[in-house]
Each structure stands twice: as structure tokens, then as C-alpha cells.
Write a protein that binds this ligand. Structure first.
Ligand SMILES: [Zn+2]
Ligand SMILES: [Zn+2]
Length: 441
């Protein structure tokens, strides 16, 4: 389904029983799309406009000047804040800094950039009750059209409710000229959905978690669109860039429909978040979000394949449940791997009764009873080899060592991912099965 049709039918009652809607009104994807920004701003705001434009040095060069020219040409008052840091982090400091540079009287926010600027501006617009517009400068991740922000709060990578932009501007003159590695990252963020959708379906079976078949199929088609066009990304081919941008927008709409990150992120994202957090805490290596998600996808699928080889068609035996769990040891491991961010995870483990033996037993029984269905979901994934091939075609690395992360670090992280978020993923499944030492890499 194309974006325009989805937006026309917004607020529909779905077969899953819920009404789905997104606050995205329009996505303008064409060469010269920035020209449409002034008209869209005027539509959204009654009375005299005063726009707050936010960019960093690179995104200013890529599109900030164009945005200013378009606003000036239309007689729209604006002020621009260029974030001075070379590599701004989406944390308390950046959010505060952007807010403190926002003049009084602003009645619209315009982000010019990718993930960090968009995530930060979405929070500013949401809390200020202001209309928000994003001018994308690359196809680097899928958060352009989602209603949440991926931020670092109290050293922990968290997802914060914010707002989906009213209008996304994807100017192909800007997007095709962006460094190909950014588009490769966007493809990695989309390849991640092979896992996130599979894990959502598995959690529906194991935890009776809400899962919407329509949203799953929407994401499936968005991933297929990107996979079909992956090869042109290395050269900034217009058709490839347009397809990946559309796929990223569709994925954001799906996340907005689901009102959660379930459709967009799973184990692979938590590898990525873990590397980001270790970089903050210890200066460990890290890379672009989607590049990391792509590698995380390969590691995750390899491990699902190994699990399937071990358990076969029979599934877990009756004596596979874990030995008594040593929470004190787990706390020490979390502190060692994540540094200060571990404290928030430990608190969440306790408040969510994550290691409650009664609930564990219930989940284990459901896994046993429904093993054939779970195995079917795992078998429906493209193989790890196939996914690695897709990623390489798009210009993505596929092994952690290629971005400076030792495999040993990944082995330490996988068992701890279930403490990172209260979300059922491969990490939780392995714990439930008493197989926390099982790695496919
Ligand atoms: Zn639905
Ligand atoms: Zn992502």
C-alpha cells in the first residue's frame, strides 16, 4: 500500500479490533521538495508564522540553506539554531540546549537532519504543543514518521513518546547527494524488521501480547520494497533512494499505528543500543544506528538458526527449565557491561518481576505447547546468509568486527538484552529455555 493511500484512510478500524491512526498528514518525496515547505507551514498555522529551524553543521550545508531560502522567499519569519557539536548525542544536554535556543513566540518547529535532530525536535514540538515538520537530509533510519524518540536519558537508551511530524519533506536532490553509508544505514534499520516482526508474532504466542496482522504486513511490504532496491544505494541512484525513503516512512507509520516500537525493533536493535551505551560509558566503538542494527540482525538470525538446530521439531524437553537464577550475579554483570546505565535496568527488572518463577513456568509451558508455530516463524525468516548478502549489496558491514566490536562483547550482551527493555525477544526466549549460553556467532 502506498503512503498517500494510507494517509487518506487515516483513522481506520482495523481487523485487529483497534483503530489505527498517525499524525503524519503528508510526505513530499521528489526533487526540489523543500519548495513545498512554506505552503505546508502556512496550512498548519493560522496567523503570522515564526518558525524555529534546527540543524547541525552538516545538515545546514545539506539542506539548511535551502530551507532558509524557501522561508525567506515566502516571507516567513524564522530563526535557525545550528547545533555546534560535531557529533551531537540525543541526550539531556542536547535537548536542553535546543530548547534554550528556541526564542519565545515560535509557533512551528522545523528539523533539518536525520535521527538525532528529528528525535530531539519531536520532543520539543510535542511538549510545546507545536506543529512539527522534518526536512530529511538522509535515508539513515526509520524514525522520520514515528511518534517516538530514541534518546539517551540517565545514560540509558530509551524510547520516549513524542510526536510524529505533520509533514515529512524528502527532497531527492538532498537525499541522493547524501553519503551512501547513511542510506546503507537506513537499509540496515529496515533489514532489522525481519527480526522485529518475527519476535512480535512469537510474543503474541508466548505472552498473548497484542499483535496486529495488518501492521505486520505493512512492515513486510516496506522491507520488501527496500530489499528490492538495495543495490542502487551505493551510487545514490534516484529510484533506489526514493524506495528506501518510502520504506522508512511506511515503517514509521506502522510504528505510529502500533503505538509501540514492537513493529520496528527487536533483539537486533538492542545489540545496537548496547553498543551505543557502551560507547558512552567506556568509549567502546560504535557506528551509525542502522549499520549496527544490520549487524545485530545477522547475529540474531544466526542464533535463532542455532536454536532451531538444537531443539529440532520436538522443541524443549520437560527438564529444560533453568536452574535457580542468581539475580545478584546478574546485577554485577549488568554493571560491568553497561556501567552507570545498569541501575535503571536493575530497577526495571525488580518492578516488572522479570524473573518471577511462576511467570517463567507459564511461559515455558506455552513455548512447549506452541513450539511448532514458533519454529514456523523462525523458519519463515530469510537465512542469516541471505540477510548478510542483502546488507552487503546495500553497502553495509555484516560482522561486528568490521565496526570494531569483538564477537566476545556480543556474547556478553545477548543474555543481558532481556534486562534492557521489558520486551520479549530472543534474549528472553533463551533465558526461558535455560539456554543463555547458546550463540549462533
Ligand atoms: Zn490493526
Ligand atoms: Zn531503528
Amino acid at each position: 500500500m502506498d503512503i498517500a493511500t494510507l494517509l487518506e484512510n487515516d483513522g481506520f478500524l482495523c481487523e485487529c479490533g483497534r483503530r489505527h491512526s498517525t499524525s503524519l498528514k503528508k510526505a513530499v518525496i521528489r526533487r526540489g521538495a523543500v519548495e513545498e515547505l512554506p505552503a505546508e507551514l502556512k496550512k498548519a498555522c493560522a496567523g503570522p508564522l515564526f518558525a524555529f529551524v534546527v540543524c547541525d553543521k552538516n545538515t545546514y550545508k545539506a539542506a539548511g540553506g535551502k530551507v532558509e531560502a524557501a522561508l525567506s522567499g515566502a516571507g516567513i519569519k524564522y530563526t535557525t539554531y545550528v547545533i555546534p557539536e560535531e557529533k551531537p548525542e540525543p541526550d539531556e544536554r542536547l535537548l536542553g540546549s535546543v530548547l534554550m535556543h528556541m526564542p519565545k513566540g515560535v509557533n512551528a518547529v522545523v528539523g533539518v537532519g536525520g535521527g538525532v535532530i528529528n528525535d530531539t525536535c519531536k520532543i520539543i514540538a510535542s511538549r510545546g504543543g507545536l506543529p512539527y515538520f522534518i526536512v530529511a537530509t538522509s535515508c539513515s533510519m526509520d524514525g522520520f514518521a514515528s511518534g517516538t524518540s530514541s534518546m539517551i536519558r540517565d545514560d540509558l537508551k530509551v524510547t520516549i513518546d513524542s510526536v510524529c511530524p505533520g509533514v515529512v519533506i524528502g527532497d531527492l536532490d538532498v537525499l541522493c547527494a547524501a553519503p551512501p553509508r547513511l542510506a546503507a544505514s537506513g537499509y540496515g534499520d529496515m533489514a532489522a524488521k525481519y527480526v522485529s516482526i518475527a519476535e512480535w508474532k512469537m510474543s503474541e504466542i508466548i505472552n498473548e501480547e497484542y499483535c496486529c496482522p495488518f501492521i505486520c504486513s505493512l512492515v513486510d511490504s516496506a522491507v520488501a520494497l527496500c530489499t528490492e532496491n538495495r543495490k542502487g544505494l551505493k551510487t545514490g541512484d534516484e529510484a533506489a533512494v526514493r524506495s528506501i525513503f518510502e520504506g522508512l516512512i511506511l515503517s514509521g507509520i506502522a510504528a505510529d499505528y502500533a503505538q509501540s516500537s514492537r513493529a520496528a525493533s527487536g533483539t537486533e536493535h538492542y545489540f545496537s543500543h548496547s553498543w551505543d551505551m557502551r560507547s558512552l560509558a567506556f568509549g567502546a566503538p560504535c557506528d551509525l544506528h542502522g549499520i549496527q542494527c544490520g549487524i545485530g540482525t545477522v547475529l540474531t538470525v544466526r542464533t535463532y538458526e542455532k536454536l532451531l538446530r538444537e531443539l529440532g521439531d520436538e522443541g524443549p524437553g520437560s527438564d529444560d527449565v533453568t536452574a535457580p537464577f542468581d539475580f545478584e550475579r546478574r546485577k554485577a554483570e549488568l554493571r560491568e557491561v553497561y556501567g552507570p546505565a545498569a541501575e535503571a535496568m536493575i530497577e526495571s527488572d525488580v518492578s516488572n518481576r522479570r524473573y518471577d518463577p511462576g511467570e517463567h513456568k507459564l511461559r515455558f509451558e506455552r513455548i512447549k505447547a506452541h513450539w511448532a508455530e514458533l519454529a514456523g516463524i523462525i523458519r519463515s525468516l530469510p537465512s542469516s546468509e541471505t540477510i548478510a548478502g542483502f546488507l552487503a549489496d546495500a553497502g553495509c558491514p555484516t560482522e561486528p568486527e568490521e565496526i570494531g566490536v569483538p564477537t566476545e562483547d556480543c556474547r556478553r550482551i545477548l543474555p543481558l538484552i532481556c534486562d534492557l527493555r521489558y520486551k520479549y525477544t530472543l534474549s528472553t526466549l533463551l533465558w526461558d529455555l535455560g539456554k543463555t549460553e547458546l550463540f549462533g556467532f
